[in-house]
Design a protein around this ligand. Structure first.
Ligand SMILES: [Ca+2]
Length: 512
């Protein structure tokens, strides 16, 4: 009970701040009477008087950062630029979906709310969600220009656009290699799974760290097969929740037949002792420690950290002159489909309710955010604060930029602004490394059909059952054929229902 009271108090405070913000805003007395601007008399005062700011009530995640004040200078600037009166309610990230559900269940709907996918199926079924096609055609020219088709597709059902997506054009994870080790041993970047195995064996045998000890860990990954994405990705599958349309069914990739060659390859890595012996249990800390101490030759990780890994290793093993580079995912033997990791074309989304009072203004609001000016603003705030322009180049004050991360997390609706990304990094070498990793990520990746699908009613313990069967296979306690038994058993114990549920949804809503 006490907590509820406290929340109400916070809400009251933010509302009163909003009112105060309006009163002291550039429009002065006009806001005291919401009807003033629509009365015929108002237009006689000055023909150039703009329309009253459109009120927009928005729910968004706080992205685990301090909530934004309604008087935050960036919010005020955004309101002024878009002629809106924004009532932003940021909800705690960890309970975001629960809190949203509670609000919706009690009939408390905003004009627009943030999500990470298309709207929940029950909201759509209840007719609560606004279809955006016509509005975007009319009021969203920049949205149409900046957001690619695959991102729109991920938030569309039967061609009806049900959210504004923030696009994400690259896949999650790339393969990193100690290029200095390759060079030292006269090795080429591996392009196939066989070449990869040869490189890993050379790392094992030829003392690339030069300490006279056979202490190298050619490849490392983390507990429960995590961060092994680009090993699985050599055969176009993924261990984290990923679904694909295969053989007229939508299946979770843990039961995809391509898992067999992937698990078989991991088994050979274990047999050849080129895989970290603790790969099934490594915590993040232990795994990072091994890489930073210069023992690991290759690992899979998010491509955004291409420069961070270099900085970390420069710090911990400067004498070895480490060179961390991202390389394309090698092609698995016998496989000819797309490589890399599962790929989501969207980052976050904004869903507009049918009850929204100013849908046109909401579309225009997001349309401004993806203009070149809006992109710079949502990334870096107002010019002269966290950034300035010198000879046409953006120069960033990093400390100030970090202070406005809360704002960026909520309002950034573009993917990456190249000029900003370049300016964020300390030097051209850093940018080159990050760009190279991103370019690999851009070319790679396969579609994850679960993006934009409703959540499953029951997953029939797929993750644990895969982990158990997969571990037994790669450790040699069961033969590779055990995979077929695992699939059969899982399907029989309810998995078939999940496959049917997903396939039915796909056929009804997505099949072309
Ligand atoms: Ca060594």
């Amino acid at each position: 009970m006490k907590k509820k009271v406290k929340q109400a108090a916070v809400l009251m405070t933010s509302l009163s701040l909003l009112v105060a913000g309006c009163g002291s805003g550039e429009k002065g007395g006009a806001s005291s009477s919401p009807n003033a601007s629509s009365s015929p008399g108002a237009s006689t005062a000055a023909s150039a008087t703009p329309a009253a700011p459109a009120k927009i009530r928005m729910y968004a995640s706080d992205h685990s950062m301090p909530p934004l004040d309604q008087n935050d200078p960036n919010i005020l600037f955004l309101e002024q630029k878009t002629n809106t009166d924004l009532d932003l309610v940021s909800l705690p990230h960890a309970q975001y979906n629960d809190q949203l559900s509670l609000k919706f269940a009690s009939g408390d709907f905003p004009d627009v709310y943030q999500s990470w996918s298309g709207p929940e199926a029950d909201l759509v079924a209840a007719g609560k969600v606004l279809e955006l096609n016509a509005l975007i055609d009319k009021f969203g020219p920049n949205l149409k220009k900046v957001i690619p088709k695959n991102a729109w597709d991920a938030v569309s059902v039967n061609g009806k656009i049900l959210a504004i997506p923030q696009p994400s054009t690259y896949s999650n994870s790339v393969l990193y290699v100690r290029k200095d080790w390759l060079d030292k041993l006269g090795l080429q970047v591996p392009k196939t799974s066989d070449e990869l195995m040869n490189v890993l064996k050379a790392f094992r045998d030829k003392d690339p760290n030069g300490n006279g000890k056979k202490d190298e860990i050619p490849f490392s990954m983390r507990e429960k097969f995590s961060w092994g994405d680009n090993i699985f990705g050599m055969w176009g599958v993924n261990n984290s929740w990923t679904e694909s349309f295969y053989n007229n069914e939508v299946i979770i990739q843990n039961i995809h037949p391509n898992m067999k060659p992937a698990l078989s390859f991991i088994k050979s890595m274990v047999d050849e002792k080129v895989m970290d012996s603790e790969f099934l249990t490594n915590s993040r800390t232990v795994w990072e420690q091994k890489i930073k101490s210069g023992l690991v030759g290759m690992w899979s990780h998010t491509q955004q950290l291409a420069w961070q890994w270099q900085v970390d290793l420069d710090k911990t093993i400067p004498n070895e002159k480490p060179d961390v580079v991202a390389i394309p995912t090698p092609r698995g033997a016998g496989y000819d489909g797309p490589l890399g990791t599962r790929w989501s074309p969207i980052a976050k989304t904004f869903i507009i309710m049918k009850s929204a009072k100013n849908p046109e203004a909401i579309i225009k609001f997001f349309d401004w955010l993806v203009t070149e000016e809006g992109q710079l603003f949502s990334d870096l705030g107002q010019e002269g604060n966290a950034y300035k322009k010198e000879n046409g180049k953006i120069v960033i004050d990093t400390a100030k930029m970090e202070k406005q991360a809360s704002f960026t997390n909520i309002f950034k609706i573009h993917d990456l602004n190249e000029a900003v990304e370049e300016a964020k990094l300390s030097n051209p070498a850093a940018y080159a490394k990050v760009k190279a990793a991103r370019d690999i990520g851009l070319k790679e990746g396969f579609v994850n059909e679960s993006v934009g699908m409703p959540s499953v009613k029951n997953n029939y313990d797929i993750a644990n059952q895969f982990l158990e069967a997969g571990s037994k296979i790669v450790l040699g306690r069961e033969p590779l054929t055990h995979f077929d038994d695992f699939v059969k058993t899982w399907r029989k114990q309810g998995g078939d229902e999940m496959v049917k549920e997903r396939t039915d949804w796909y056929n009804k809503n997505r099949k072309k």
